[in-house]
Design a binder for this molecule. Structure first.
Ligand code: GLP
Length: 238
């Protein structure tokens, strides 16, 4: 695992945006896996500023809340439109989301896996991390789903996502659809960004050498091309 530590969150975000821009330069038809969350906002802002050519890129978002249609402004789909997709030249047909409002959620997860495979797999997946070590919506537990699945959100994760729901954790859906750790680990390259003190514990635990479902991020140790981009606060336990 490569680790790059920056003085602050702005510099770390810029570094991740540059990595994505470079990926698109080298391979314009890249398939990207993309996250949501507060950390990603600064990355997308910088990416929009750099302005790489997205005309041949394809994107797959990691996860989506169950019950929210794409048009709902609290959905991750709407989040991505606001922060990135409506601001770059990506064709609408190149953008892929899980539909949290699908009638048959299991069929929706299977469709998404097939779509990723049909695109040739992901070249680069960008990840954030939850304070409890979750990736996408792969929550800590005794087992992890390998592939895209329906996930129950922990109280901590619902609290962490309350920002999209007027600060009210009780309004955050109890379930989500998420790529599995196997889906993510099948990407050719992974970049994880973590900024701020609240992420330091999970980042330190990733380096304990143990791979355990109680810390989903620890599975990234199994991947041959993972880069961790941290600010000083998130790296303080290393
Ligand atoms: C959500 C997303 C994750 C993301 C996490 C961190 O739970 N499903 O993909 O990594 O938030 O969010 P933040 O960057 O706001 O701390």
């Amino acid at each position: 695992m490569k680790v790059r530590i920056f003085a602050d969150a702005a510099r770390a975000s810029r570094a991740v945006a540059r990595l994505v821009a470079r990926q698109l330069e080298v391979q314009p038809a890249s398939v990207l896996g993309l996250p949501t969350g507060r950390t990603s906002v600064a990355v997308y802002k910088e990416l929009v500023r750099i302005g790489p050519d997205f005309s041949r890129a394809r994107t797959f978002n990691l996860d989506e809340f169950v019950g929210l249609p794409a048009q709902n402004r609290r959905s991750f789909h709407a989040f991505m439109d606001r922060h990135l997709l409506c601001r770059v030249n990506i064709p609408a047909g190149h953008v892929h989301f899980l539909d949290g409002a699908a009638d048959d959620l299991d069929a929706e997860c299977a469709r998404f896996e097939r779509a990723i495979a049909a695109a040739g797999g992901m070249d680069l997946v960008v990840l954030g991390i939850g304070a409890n070590g979750h990736i996408g919506f792969n929550e800590p537990g005794t087992t992890l789903f390998a592939r895209t699945h329906r996930a129950r959100l922990t109280a901590a994760t619902r609290r962490a996502n309350a920002g999209l729901f007027a600060g009210r954790p009780s309004k955050v859906p109890r379930e989500a659809l998420s790529m599995g750790m196997g889906t993510i680990l099948a990407a050719r390259a992974i970049v994880l960004i973590a900024t701020g003190r609240s992420k330091a514990r999970a980042i330190t635990a990733m380096f304990s050498g143990r791979i355990t479902p109680s810390l989903p991020a620890s599975f990234l140790q199994l991947h041959p091309d993972t880069t961790l981009v941290l600010d000083r606060a998130a790296s303080r336990g290393l």
